[in-house]
Design a protein around this ligand. Structure first.
Ligand SMILES: Cc1ncc(C[n+]2csc(CCOP(=O)(O)OP(=O)(O)O)c2C)c(N)n1
Ligand SMILES: [Mg+2]
Length: 330
C-alpha cells in the first residue's frame, strides 16, 4: 500500500512525539513532578501510529492503562496531556483523571482505562452507534495480550461479530502482562487465532514496523467501513521499560531478549526503510525531531507553570456531587 508523503511525515512525527513525551515523563516522574504511576509504551509506537493514520476525529478509539501513545496518535494535545498527568487544572480532564484516565471526546478518544479489558466494550458501543446512526465511522479498541484472557474481551468480540460492527480489535502483544509472559498465560500460538472462535479475520503483523501496521490496519478499517464487520489485529511488539516506572523488568526477562527487541526499534527502523526508498531525507527527519523536542519541553513547562485545581472543583465533573459529601452517610 503506497503511503502518501504527508502521511509518512506524520507517522515519523507521531512516533517520535510519543517516544519523547514518555521519556520526559519518566524524568519528571522521577523528580516527583508527575502524579501517580507512569506506564510507558516506548518500543510500541508503531502500532497506534500505523492504525490512527487511517482515522479522523469522527472515528473513536478506546485505550488502556498504557495509553499515552494512543492519545498522541489520535491527536490529543501534548500540553493538555502533560498537565493532566501533573494533576493541573489545565489538563485535558482538569487534572482529575491523570495518566490512566486521559480522554478527549472532541478527538474521538474515549479514554485511557485503568481496568484491564474495560476499554474494549466501550469501542464496541461506539461502533454500534456508528452503525446505527450510519456515520461511516469506525472504532478501534486498543488492549494488551493480558486483556485477551479477560471475559469481557470474548464477550465484546462475539457481540461485534454477531452485529457485524465496524470495530478493530487492536491487540498490542508486548509479550508480558505485568511480569507474566504470554507464552505462560496464553495457550494459542498467536492471539490472532482467537478470532476463529468468533468467525472474524485474525491478522498478525509486525508491531515494530509502522508501515506494516499501516497496511494491515488499512485493510481492516476498509472492511469495517464497508460493513463487513470486525477484525482482530495482533501486533507483536515490546515495551522497552518495565510495566510501570518503578518496575524492574530484569526480575522476569533477560537482557538478551531486550537486546533483540531494541534492535527492532520502530523509529530507526522507519528512518532506514523510508530513507533507503528515498521517500524522506535525513534533514526532514532531523527537522521533525527538533520541532518535537521544543514541543515536549513546552508541554513540560506548561504543566509546571499551571495551577492545581481549585478546591471548589472537588465535586464538579464527577458522579457524586454532594455539597456535603458526608450528608448522605449520616
Ligand atoms: C481487571 C484488572 N485486573 C488486573 C489489573 C492489574 N493490572 C494492571 S496492568 C496489568 C497487565 C495487563 O497486561 P496487558 O493487557 O498485556 O497490557 P500491558 O500492560 O502489557 O500493556 C494488570 C494485571 C487491572 N488493572 N485490572
Ligand atoms: Mg502485555
Amino acid at each position: 500500500m503506497a503511503v502518501p508523503k504527508e502521511k509518512l511525515s506524520w507517522m515519523y512525527e507521531t512516533m517520535y512525539r510519543i517516544r519523547r513525551f514518555e521519556e520526559r515523563l519518566l524524568e519528571e516522574t522521577a523528580k516527583g513532578n508527575a502524579m501517580g504511576v507512569a506506564h510507558t509504551s516506548d518500543g510500541e509506537e508503531a502500532g497506534p501510529t500505523g492504525i490512527c493514520a487511517h482515522l479522523t476525529d469522527t472515528d473513536w478509539i478506546s485505550s488502556t492503562h498504557r495509553g499515552h501513545g494512543h492519545c498522541i496518535a489520535k491527536g490529543l494535545d501534548t500540553k493538555g496531556m502533560m498537565a493532566e498527568i501533573f494533576g493541573r487544572a489545565t489538563g485535558l480532564c482538569k487534572g482529575k483523571g491523570g495518566s490512566m484516565h486521559i480522554a478527549d471526546f472532541s478527538k474521538g478518544m474515549l479514554g485511557a482505562n485503568a481496568i484491564v479489558g474495560a476499554g474494549i466494550p466501550l469501542a464496541v458501543g461506539a461502533a454500534f452507534t456508528a452503525k446505527y446512526k450510519q456515520t461511516g465511522g469506525v472504532a478501534v479498541a486498543f488492549f494488551g495480550d493480558g486483556a485477551t484472557n479477560q471475559g469481557v474481551f470474548h464477550e465484546s468480540v462475539n457481540l461485534a461479530s454477531v452485529f457485524k460492527l465496524p470495530v478493530i480489535f487492536a491487540c498490542e502483544n508486548n509479550h508480558y502482562a505485568q511480569s507474566t509472559s504470554v507464552e505462560y498465560a496464553v495457550p494459542v500460538k498467536d492471539i490472532a487465532d482467537r478470532a476463529t472462535s468468533y468467525a472474524i479475520p485474525g491478522v498478525v503483523v509486525d508491531g515494530m514496523d509502522a508501515l506494516a501496521v499501516y497496511e494491515a490496519a488499512g485493510e481492516a478499517i476498509a472492511r469495517a467501513r464497508a460493513g463487513e464487520g470486525p477484525t482482530l489485529l495482533e501486533m507483536k511488539t515490546y515495551r522497552y521499560h518495565g510495566h510501570f516506572h518503578a518496575d524492574i523488568p530484569h526480575t522476569y526477562r533477560h537482557q538478551e531478549e531486550e537486546d533483540i527487541w531494541r534492535a527492532k526499534d520502530p523509529i530507526p527502523h522507519f528512518e532506514k526503510t523510508v530513507g533507503e526508498q528515498g521517500l524522506m531525507e535525513d534533514a526532514e527527519f532531523k527537522a521533525i525531531r527538533d520541532a518535537i523536542e521544543t514541543e515536549i519541553e513546552e508541554a513540560v513547562q506548561f504543566a509546571i507553570d499551571s495551577p492545581m485545581p481549585d478546591p471548589s472543583e472537588l465535586y464538579t465533573d464527577v458522579y457524586v456531587n454532594y455539597s456535603n459529601p458526608l450528608q448522605g452517610l449520616r
